[in-house]
Every structure is written in structure tokens, then in C-alpha cells.
Write a new protein. Sequence first.
Length: 435
Amino acid sequence: MLGLKKFLTFVADKGKSFFGNLFTRKKDTATHLTELCEQLTSEDGVVSGITIAREFWNLYEKSNLEEKEKFFLEANKKFKPDYSLISRACRDFIDNSNQITLENLNQLVEGKRQELIRRLNLAPNGTQSLVNMREDLIYFLIKHQALKDFDKDFRHLFRSWFNPGFLKLTRIKKETDSDILQKIIKNERVHEIKSIEALYRRLENDRLFYAYFHPILDKEPLIFVQVAFTKGVGTSIQTITEGGVNNTEDYDAVTFYSISNSNKGLQGITLGNFLIKRVVFEIQQEFPKVKNFFTLSPIPGFANWFNKQSEDKIKKILKNDDYKKLMFLKEQDDINFNQYKIEQNKQALKKIVYHYLVEEKINKKPINGVACFHLNNGASIYDIVVNGNLSINGFKESFGVMVNYYYELEKIVQNHEEFVKKNKISIMENLTKNV
């Protein structure tokens, strides 16, 4: 009889275990992910962090968008700073200001999200997984404004982890690892690279191509910049990317024509300005003949902005010019891109672009992100180039108009400080005289 009782107890326990495991397997994915995060940030995470982090990533990478969205919302709420505890810690610090109360306050203000991100990085390939995770998070930001705080924690940590001091600058050449070359083709976001042969053109002796790599992600170009040796300033993107190879002795300048952040998960992590300045230094060291540093830059958003403006506003900007000269742009589609008509009316178009770059602002800074980027780096607006980009994408962005920015080495620091502190935009005299 006793043996039967033991047997029945054994069966009952096994049954509970079986159904318990079955329940776990069917558990809501987002909840399961959040529970793993709780484990990871607890004392268990100190001892078994790598194992828990690996289990988390295995589950996360199999999750669909809906499950990831739910996880972000749950984790954001679960690991955010606790304001009541922060208030108490503030009072403790005011009453007894010392290192212990300060550290406690700092820890509570930070919350648990940053510590969660750090511990998720314990898994093999954790850094790349976190970059991919932030790309997912960015996707949900438009729908869920509450997730912006979670994203701020990512950015705070990534700015340290991807500090340019940790990154390696590498010159990309034809013999560079083929996997890296394919990733460059895939991630070029400014001027499409249609084939490996098209990339090889950008790697000829009259071109320079540099990329930043992180020591942990040695096969992942984080951001890359493309440069052309030019006689004076470059004014045609088609000539630069598709034209014949030039005599490498016949140049006195370089024109930066593309800079691409190849990881969406690193969006907003300032790497581009450091990259340009570092490349300028490298070029100065290796090619002393180069005296001038220009860009041939796109104006994304200009065409969309123009199409939304009233005729009265266009008339006011153009003043003495007939505003009707440019109304054909609102009627023209990319299939009928008429570069010759644009050329005929280039003076009026340049006035509109000049106004857009210099006068259209948000928070006292230009609304155009590319302009903001270069002006913040200390560049000057050098010229506005009509028909600089004859591609369909160039027309969709800005009716084919591009901008030359000039990095005058002696004035970079001054221009940067005046732009940041006084909102002053540096514009070259040759442009102001002709607009």
C-alpha cells in the first residue's frame, strides 16, 4: 500500500512537471523575454549572465515584429527609473551628502534599462545583436513615443562603446575582403552602387574610400566615406561615380561625395564628423598636394519642401524674378526630368535653394539635415550646383541640385563655434554675390 502511494505521488509530481513545462513552452513570447531580462538583471545574472543572455537572444531572434513590439513596451515599463525611489534618494543625499548616497542616487536615476543592455552584451556576438535590436526599436518609435527613453539609454551606451577612439580607420581597396565589399554595396545610402564593377570604379587610384570598423565587429563597416581627387571642386556626381579614370597627378583638391552609416542601429551615434576630420588628416599626410577639401552633397527633402510651398511664397523669395519660371517643377515627374529646362532657369532655382538652406529653420538651425551636419562640422556653403545629380533619385530629392561645402582648414573651428553658439551660417562670398 505504501509503495502504491509513493508511485501515485511520483506520477502526480511528474504530471505537474510535464504540464508546467508545457505551459512554459506556450508562454507568451514577450512575457518570456521580459522574465529572462529580470533574471539577467538579478543576482542570477551575475553568476549565469552569459547563459541567460544567450537564451534571451535565441528567443528574441526568432520573435516576430508583434512579439518584439510587445516586449519593448513591457521592458520599457518594467526597467524604467522609479521616481519614488529617486525622490527618497535625493532626500537622503541632501540630508547626508557622501559617496554612498551619491552612488545610490546615480544608480536609481539611471534605472535598470542601461544595466539590462550591458548584461545582454555578455552573450557571444552580443554587441551586434544589440545594434540589430536598436534598429528594431527605432522602427517602433514612430508608433510609441514612450519608447524614446529606452532609445536614449541605447544611445548613451553606444556613444561610449562606439567612441571613435576605439574604432579603426581602414582604406578600402579592390583586394579588401569580398564580404566587406558586398556589405558596402548593400549599405551605400547616398549614391547606389549597382554592381561590384561599379564599386571597383570608386576604388581606382583617383578615388579614396575609407571605413570605420569596431574591434569586435571587424567584418562590419560601421560608416564609410568616399572621396574623389579633383581639379578644383567636383560638380557632377555622374562624372565622379561613372566617369573615366583621371590622371592622378592632375589634381589640387579632393571632393567628398558620399558618407553612409551602414548600420541603422547606430543612427544618431555621431561618427560622421569624426570620420571626415580623420580622413582629412590622413589625406594631408599622404597627399600633400591636396590643398582644398570640398563636398558634393545631396539636398534630401528639398523637392518635397518646394512642392508644398504656395506660389505667393515662391514669388516673395524670388522678388524680381518671375516665379512662374519654376512652376514647371511642380508639374514635372521623374520620368520627364527635363535637365535642359532646369538649366535655363538655374538662377531662379539657385535662389530658392539658397533660401531653403539658409532661411528655412527649426530650433534656429537649418531644416536640412545634411546642411546641418556639414555646418556643424565647420564647413562653409561654397556653391549650389544645378544638374549636379542627373539620376532619378537626384531629381526626386532636389530636382538634381546639389551643394558644394568647403572645409577651409584654418576656419573649421571658428565656423563650428559660431554655428553652434550663434546659429551663424558660413557662406562663401562667391555664392552670395551670384544669388
